[in-house]
Design a binder for this molecule. Sequence first.
Ligand SMILES: [Fe+2]
Length: 266
Amino acid sequence: MTYIRSAAFAQTGYVVLDTYEQARDPKEWLELEYVDWKSSGDTRFAPLASAFGEMECNGFWNHTPPRTDKDGVWVQENVEKAPILKARAEEPGTNIGRCRVIELQPNDYASAIYNLHQDDNNRLNPDGTGWIVRSFFNLSDDKDSVLILREDRFDPTTEVRIPLPAGSQLIVDTQRFWHAVWHVGPEPRYCLITSYTSGPELDAYIEKYHGKPQDANPPLPQQVIDDAQTSMQRRLAERAATLASQGKRAAGAVAFDDDSESDSDD
Ligand SMILES: [Fe+2]
């Protein structure tokens, strides 16, 4: 496959942009309409752009005709309430797929590790076109929460933890990384997530806001990491056993879309 990719992602797979002055904006995200997603009520999404402009969050490949995560249609009821968020999503000037605000309830590190997943943004993406990546603009002020990225799902030495204060802006190749958010709370976390097509427009946007990898992870005791590894292995084994008893196959290392089964999804 010969997708168009950003050179900025070649080494690390993500960039942190300059911090946005979030405090000067009204909290538009509190006015939006949210929809429950899948079985869990812990994570809700407020769609700003969906496959056909409807108030729903499904992957574009689950619609008829199925297509990749490009050419999202604005959801009028929500963008009318969030003109600033829409403008921020549009600023790079590249193609937008899904765009929504996530509302995430507090969780813990072990749960986030268990929920690590890869996105499936590039399903049906035609060869030779732009690789789809995702931006995360944190809206609520969650200084002690982190986006966790792992190149190897089971190897904590590959872990990157990026703090999420208000105004933090990240762009991540979420199909490359296993990822999830550890949200400390106590209030829900809100984040604007947008699927972007890689290309010269996105490159220029990353350069304008000085996108680069972070210098170092915030510290985390080794015992906390070790305990989470043990917990993840146990919970994955339990899930596999449950699925096997039902005659189903565990997802295992197979990538699944961010929306499919994770409370800590991003
Ligand atoms: Fe995801």
